[in-house]
Design a protein around this ligand. Structure first.
Ligand code: PBG
Length: 327
């Protein structure tokens, strides 16, 4: 039988399969999200995120040590303050949770790269990502607050800031503030294309940041929309974002792909808490194989066009890369 083209020819041997892989990954592309909480001697497991913990500042270095050993070089810090108020004022205090965490972490692990999530929802008593005017989240009055938070993170040692609030114009506002204070070299990783997603559920439990009324649909995006994702991405590029993020990752691979075609800056993708919880739950039930799911989800995200990957599975992925299972 004449058959000149046989795709299987390249699949018989593992070495050859690896040789012709189209997607390559590296541990340096991974960012590990970390929850830091007010208090001392705390390392508490997050119930809906088995294997993930909240750390107090004094316990944080133990985790940073584990990350360094695994070859992870970047973290994204989320703060969980003791006190919350209407204006989220704990977010920009010099001795706030993120600011103290940065101080301590940088002292002990100066070679790690520290990115901070800039948002109000962990700090406001109502759990919304901006200042309220009546029942509405007010865009423009939130901008100066976000700028203030970003500046205070950078002053405390953040290497990069990542606004995740989805207010219009916040990248420009933050860029202007950082530049005014001569932090022209600090990049902004914008959560540019962030959908209103049920997949954030476990995170909100972890951070105690669920909105006390309403939802986030007046600022986070409607998941029916693809072209709007491109609009958001391009706007943030114009405003001076250095890296743009698509979030969540797994249900939004089409968006990652589209955005990577129309922009020239790096694309990050965030495999969020709900994606982590799904994998954990299914594997605990014995229904699917955890390792293989982790690998497949990661590779598909890079294949779609992301070059930076935020994931709670960063340590596991680093190990799989070391073992040559992926990448
Ligand atoms: C803060 C923020 C959220 C996440 C990252 N930054 C929660 C939200 O928008 O409700 C979610 C991350 C995750 O689910 O892992 N705005």
């Amino acid at each position: 039988m004449e058959m000149l083209k046989r795709p299987r020819r390249l699949r018989y041997k593992e070495g050859l399969r690896k040789m012709v892989r189209e997607t390559r990954m590296d541990k340096s592309s991974l960012i590990y999200p970390l929850f830091v909480k007010d208090g001392t001697q705390i390392q508490e497991e997050i119930p809906s995120m088995v294997g993930q913990y909240r750390f107090s500042v004094d316990c944080l270095p133990f985790e940073l040590e584990r990350l360094s050993k695994a070859g992870i070089s970047s973290v994204m810090l989320f703060g969980i303050p003791e006190e919350k108020d209407e204006a989220g004022s704990q977010a920009y205090q010099e001795n706030g949770i993120i600011q103290r965490a940065l101080n301590e972490a940088k002292k002990q692990f100066p070679n790690l790269y520290y990115i901070t999530d800039v948002c109000l929802c962990e700090y406001t008593s109502n759990g919304h990502c901006g200042l309220l005017k009546g029942e509405e989240v007010d865009n423009d009055s939130t901008l100066s607050l976000l700028s203030k938070i970003a500046l205070s993170h950078v002053e405390a040692g953040a290497d990069m800031v990542a606004p995740s609030d989805m207010m219009d114009g916040r990248v420009l506002a933050i860029r202007r503030t950082l530049d005014k204070y001569h932090y022209t070299r600090v990049p902004i990783l914008s959560y540019a294309v962030k959908y209103a997603s049920a997949f954030y559920g476990p995170f909100r439990e972890a951070a105690g940041s669920a909105p006390s009324f309403g939802d986030r649909k007046s600022y986070q995006m409607d998941y029916h929309n693809r072209r709007e994702g491109i609009k958001e991405a391009l706007l943030d590029v114009e405003e001076g974002a250095d890296i743009i993020m698509v979030k969540p990752a797994l249900s939004y691979l089409d968006i990652i792909s589209e955005v990577s075609k129309v922009t020239t800056i790096p694309i990050a993708a965030y495999s969020v808490s709900g994606e982590y919880a799904m994998v954990k739950a299914a594997s605990q039930m014995g229904w699917m194989e955890e390792d293989k799911m982790i690998c497949e989800m990661a590779v598909s995200t890079f294949r779609a066009g992301a070059s930076v990957y935020l994931t709670y599975f960063a340590k596991e992925l680093a190990q799989f890369m070391d073992e040559g299972r992926i990448g």
